[in-house]
Design a protein around this ligand. Sequence first.
Ligand code: ADP
Length: 257
Amino acid sequence: MYTLGIDIGSTTSKCVIVKNGKEIIASSIIIAGTGTEGPNQAREEVLIKSGLKQEDLSYVVVTGYGRTTYTDADAEISELSCHALGVKHIFPDVRTIIDIGGQDAKVLSINEKGNMVNFLMNDKCAAGTGRFLDVMAGILQLDINDLEIKASEATNPVKISNTCTVFAESEVISQLAAGVELNNLVAGICNSVAGRVASLAKRIGIKEKVCMSGGVARNGGVRNALSKELGVEIFYSPSAQLMGSLGAALAAYNKVK
Ligand code: ADP
């Protein structure tokens, strides 16, 4: 039995097809989120990659920020439940999930059964989200993929003192003008996001194991900085950005079963 999970985010659309509630058959990530053609493109791409047709899918669950306006699914489920399900499938022992997406950051506490028991979210401020990194990468004319390697080569990371993204943008431009080395600026930017999210995580209380999900988890600079700030190992899967869509595909399987 094949089930499809669709995660429609603020910046990206993700799809995962799972076979018999276990194995990931195919996935897709399109950099276009809610209100765009992104969800349809992600769905088309995952079907092509899997070699399946629409009729082969037993059930479709949609999740994420744009889930309520998507009409082509059998059910919709909150992204919190889907991230918890997806992460539990990959890391059964995880008790804290730190999910940093394109415009918000969430920290979830989950119990041994994989059920969410508490969560905290920052969706009011771009600092501490992927948006902050996207804006800074734009100023520095870097690809979002390049931030990790640049941060790892820093010798003396700068401290970004402004917490507001707009002011931090001016600060980074001044630092650039003052001749601060690019690697040190990028490390400072990653540290700034990690610092903001660590405060959120400390408020909820960290229980190990801790893992990151969401697109920003792909940035090793933020992962390492967060691990240092919290004093814990951060578990990470290369499928981190797909955790919501994986959880949705697993939820779809559970519905049919
Ligand atoms: P949403 O679900 O809100 O659309 P995602 O969880 O898909 O958000 O995360 C999107 C964010 O992930 C982007 O804002 C970007 O900062 C970050 N990101 C995406 N791809 C990469 C990558 N290859 N390396 C580092 N960061 C990435």
